[in-house]
Ligand binder design. Structure first.
Ligand code: ZN
Length: 153
């Protein structure tokens, strides 16, 4: 695939997620949630999760900001729903490696689903925070969740 074709694919996938966001809805105050913002761009995301027996059963997000921040949040939900928490944390780690231009093996890229198109963001360092915001939030939520799981043992 040429770089030009890759850019076309990137634009189509990003625009599709930005215009038809998956798992975007109003988050209720009673839900387990975490909100963060990216002050350099004004992006704001609030993400909620539900887990059962160490698996992620639901991820929802709400917020506003640039196309990349919103598309990346939508992609993240699709990539991580129904994953085991440990697997999800490893996928998040690979996403952060990929987006900062580090080498990630093909099977790990495959696990990222649509989010793999964001690899091109490594060329735009000023926008990386837009693309990683949702992934930082879910990472903190999941690590907290694991703490709770082990705390009960
Ligand atoms: Zn942004």
């Amino acid at each position: 695939m040429s770089l030009n074709q890759l850019n076309v694919l990137y634009k189509e996938v990003v625009l599709d997620h930005a215009q038809n966001p998956r798992n975007k809805r109003k988050i209720l105050s009673s839900e387990k949630q975490l909100a963060m913002q990216n002050p350099t761009c004004g992006d704001y995301l609030n993400i909620s999760i539900k887990t059962r027996q160490n698996a992620i059963t639901e991820i929802s997000f709400d917020g506003w900001g640039c196309t990349i921040s919103q598309a990346s949040a939508s992609m993240m939900t699709e990539t991580l729903i129904n994953k085991n928490i440990d697997d999800a944390i490893s996928i998040i780690y690979n996403f952060s490696k990929m987006i900062t231009g580090q080498k990630v093996d093909n099977s790990a890229v495959g696990e990222l689903g649509d989010a793999s198109v964001l690899a091109t963001m490594a060329e735009f360092p000023t926008r990386i925070k837009c693309a990683t915001l949702a992934w930082h939030i879910i990472n903190d939520l999941l690590k907290n969740e694991k703490g709770n799981v082990y705390g009960k043992c």
